[in-house]
Structure formats: C-alpha cells, structure tokens
Design a protein around this ligand. Structure first.
Ligand SMILES: Nc1ncnc2c1ncn2[C@@H]1O[C@H](COP(=O)(O)OP(=O)(O)OP(=O)(O)O)[C@@H](O)[C@H]1O
Ligand SMILES: [Mg+2]
Length: 235
C-alpha cells in the first residue's frame, strides 16, 4: 500500500470555536489507483490533501507512506519525503512566472541535485507526454490556462513520485480544457503507475475516476471501489 490513513483527524481552533475539518478518516491508495474525492465546499478536501502531502500535521490519527508512519518524522524528514515521493498539482497552477515552461518543470530536479543531462531527458520526456514540447521556452503568462496546468502536471511527475495529489485541477479551466487535462492525468497515471488522488467538486473531473470517494463534513465514504463497499462507518 503506497498510502494509508488511519483515523485521521484535524481540528482547527478559531478563537473559542473548534472546527472539526476531518473526523477519523481511513483511506488507502495503491500504486496504479486513480481516486477522485468528491465533496462540496468546506467538506475537508484541502485539509485532507495537506495532511497526506505531509504539508500539515494531523490533530490525531496518522498518515502512512509506503507502510511507514509519518507522525514521528522531523520537519526535515518530511521535506525530503515530499521532495522524493509526492507531486502536487494546484487549482491555480502555481508556476514561477519568471521561469520558462522548461525551467518550471526542471525546478524540482535542481532540488534533487540531478545532473544537466538527466534533467534534460526527464523534462523533455514529460513535456512531450503532456503535448507541450514545442512551447518549452514560453513563460507561464504566454500560455493558456490548460497549457499552464499541463506544465504543472509535468512538474508534479518529473521527480518520479509515488503519489500525485491534485486540488481542484480544473477549477480555472473551461470544461473542454478540463477534460483534456484530466485525460492527460489519467494517461500518465497508467503509464507511470503512480497513485493519483484528485479532490474536486467538478463532475467533469469525476468522470475520469477509477474510484470515487465522497467526503462530507470531514468523513469519507466509498462510492464504488474494487474492494470494500464502505469505509469509515459513522462514528
Ligand atoms: N486554517 C484554517 N483555520 C480554521 N479553519 C479552517 C482552516 N482551513 C480550513 N478550515 C475549515 O475547515 C473546513 C474544511 O476546509 P477545507 O479547506 O478542507 O474544505 P474544502 O473541501 O477544501 O473546501 P473548498 O471546496 O471550498 O476548497 C471548513 O469548515 C473550513 O472553514
Ligand atoms: Mg479546498
């Protein structure tokens, strides 16, 4: 199992008020999975992604990556783990404006210390896979929304992560472009055998799921999976 959460909970404190953003979530994902987590605004989607990306820490429960609990890891260990094992795709693309498409995709590889030839091979390979090899020299502001998101997807995969997490990847795209981007993600998921977990409230995105999980008020329920019918029986 590449990713597993056990009774994962997150409570935010705002003044006197406690907000239970996640309430005991059990979730599992395997290497080739393409899971879409579907839920309305405020249901806990981003909170969940931030926890499994090891960007934020749970209030209780744990995140296991490749069978290893992350609770005891130091900040620097978590940073290493993110760098090597996790790729992120955001709603707003988060590209670096002064860098070209090529340089944006290359950036995580500089952090990994790969040599120039290896970097070039990986970057050009992924730009080709997302259909943007010819636009490698353009800056983000010289690209369309869909093209920017494809660059962000190439950047998420270039480190050869085990898990790719996407938060509302179609939110800033029209539905045709959203479909195109999802098609590319699904393709990459199959080719690279990486676990994709996409959170969204967009039905267009959900069409591309191999497995759909619903989130409501910080609790998950499985809609159609190959294995168990429901997880997380109500507490
Ligand atoms: N930093 C925070 N401090 C306090 N409360 C927060 C914080 N982040 C999120 N929340 C609350 O936790 C709950 C879940 O928020 P979250 O951002 O995970 O929802 P979401 O499903 O991603 O929503 P959206 O679809 O609008 O992005 C909401 O009630 C939200 O107000
Ligand atoms: Mg969100």
């Amino acid at each position: 199992m590449i990713l597993e959460t056990r009774q994962l909970s997150k409570t935010y404190q705002v003044g006197q008020e406690e907000i239970h953003a996640l309430r005991g979530v059990d979730f599992q994902a395997d290497s080739g999975d393409f899971t879409v987590i579907n839920g309305p605004s405020g249901s806990g989607k981003t909170t969940f992604l931030n926890l499994i990306a090891c960007i934020d820490r749970p209030t209780s429960g744990e995140v296991m990556i490749e069978g290893q609990s992350t609770n005891q890891l130091s900040e620097s260990h978590l940073a290493e783990l993110r760098k090597h094992k996790i790729g992120l795709v955001f709603q707003t693309f988060n590209l670096i404006p002064v860098l070209s498409a090529y340089e944006n995709v290359e950036y995580p590889l500089l952090l990994l210390g790969l040599n120039r030839a290896e970097r070039r091979k990986r970057v050009m390979g992924l730009l080709e896979e997302v259909g943007l090899k010819d636009l490698a020299r353009r800056r983000p502001d010289e690209l369309s929304g869909g093209q920017r998101q494809r660059i962000a997807i190439a950047r998420a995969l270039v480190t050869e992560p085990k898990i790719v997490l996407a938060d509302e990847p179609s939110a800033n795209l029209d539905s045709e472009t959203g479909k195109q981007v999802m098609g590319i993600m699904r393709h990459l998921n199959q080719d690279h055998h990486v676990a994709f977990i996409v959170v969204t409230h967009d039905p267009v995105v959900t069409q591309y799921a191999q497995r759909i999980v619903k989130i409501r008020d910080g609790q998950l329920s499985e809609e159609n999976s190959r294995g168990a019918s429901t997880k997380n029986p109500a507490a």
